[in-house]
Design a protein around this ligand. Structure first.
Ligand SMILES: [Zn+2]
Length: 350
């Protein structure tokens, strides 16, 4: 195996904790228009990404690569799975004239950046993570009988800040106290910071008390639907300039968060056009770390252990994203660096 290939396998494995197709095969894409939307055939996806097999079992289609990589499509479904991770599609998987199809938009905006993140165009290196704790001040966000979303979000990003600094990243907080910051102010503040990515942390709530679990959002691509309200918008926002990085970051973070959050329901990697994701000029995601309106989730969210695990998962996911895209990694702090600050005279004597 060439060093190049070894590196590629390593970066893929780091992203999804699996071995993905080593490289893509030049192929003729079979493009089929269905209801005015361009689709590609399952056959050409199999060929291009060099899946070893593609098996059909009733409405399900299994793409396999070795023993570690399994992608599952279900005809009629608006989500797919790549190993354990569930992804919302912009258009459902369909069957048309005997062939299974996925939209070209999902190929470009989901499959490609997730299956081969090192091919994402114009990736910019980053050394800073902007942490956005949802809500604050008079805006409590969702509430349970135990506490408020704004406080849990702030506590989680404070823990995340410590984790990230240990990994060598610089951290900037949109709010570091219980204060109100408007959505456009958040975006404006973030957009002034260079060489950075943006991570917003929230906790969910909904009218259905049974709804539970963790979901991670990336900005919906132009022309794709939003999982938040089902709307389709053809407008491209500035956040869409980073579509490839957005979905790769969401994937890497969601994978590590789910790995560390035992017992939580996996709601998958989703799409929405939230204000903080739309106007941002850097890779950005929004993590919903559990439902305040669900008794079991609310109990977990209230525990320090859970929030610490959530923070750790997000930090590891950020590092995996960094590694998978091939951008340089910061130098993790050594133990000596983590000791309490030295007296000024000791520091200057170095
Ligand atoms: Zn919220």
């Amino acid at each position: 195996m060439t060093p190049f290939l070894i590196r590629r396998l390593f970066v893929f494995a780091a992203l999804l904790a699996l071995v993905s197709p080593a490289h893509a095969e030049p192929t003729e894409w079979e493009i089929i228009k269905y209801k005015e939307v361009e689709h590609v055939t399952a056959e050409s996806v199999k060929r291009f990404y060099r899946f070893e097999s593609m098996e059909r079992l009733e409405s399900q289609l299994f793409f396999r690569q070795g023993t570690n990589m399994l992608m599952t499509w279900v005809v009629g479904s608006d989500s797919i799975r790549i190993n354990s991770i569930k992804f919302s599609l912009s258009y459902p998987v369909i069957e048309h004239q005997g062939r299974v199809l996925v939209s070209r938009l999902d190929l470009q905006k989901l499959l490609d950046p997730v299956l081969r993140p090192s091919y994402i165009k114009n990736i910019k290196p980053f050394d800073t993570v902007i942490l956005d704790a949802g809500h604050g001040g008079h805006d409590s966000g969702a509430r349970s009988s135990r506490g408020s979303e704004k406080d849990y979000a702030l506590d989680t990003v404070q823990r995340l800040s410590v984790e990230l600094q240990q990994l060598g990243y610089k951290v900037r907080m949109i709010r570091s106290a219980d204060s109100f910051v408007g959505l456009s102010e958040r975006v404006d503040a973030a957009n002034k910071i260079d060489a950075a990515i943006f991570v917003s942390v929230h906790f969910n709530s909904g009218p259905n008390k049974n709804a539970d679990g963790i979901e991670t959002f990336a900005l919906a691509p132009a022309g794709g639907s939003s999982d938040f309200d089902g709307s389709v918008t053809v407008t491209s926002f500035s956040g869409n300039n980073r579509d490839g990085e957005n979905i790769a970051l969401a994937t890497a973070v969601h994978a590590m968060v789910m790995q560390g959050a035992s017992g939580m329901t996996d709601r998958g990697v989703k799409r929405a056009r939230y204000n903080v994701l739309r106007g941002i000029n850097k890779p950005a995601i929004l993590v919903e770390g559990g439902f305040m309106s669900n008794a079991a989730d609310a109990l977990k969210v209230d525990s320090v252990e859970y929030r610490a695990a959530l923070a750790k998962g997000i930090a590891q996911g950020i590092r995996n994203f960094n590694r998978a895209t091939g951008a340089p990694l910061p130098e993790a702090k050594t133990e000596a660096d983590q000791k309490p600050d030295q007296a000024p005279d000791a520091a200057s004597a170095k």
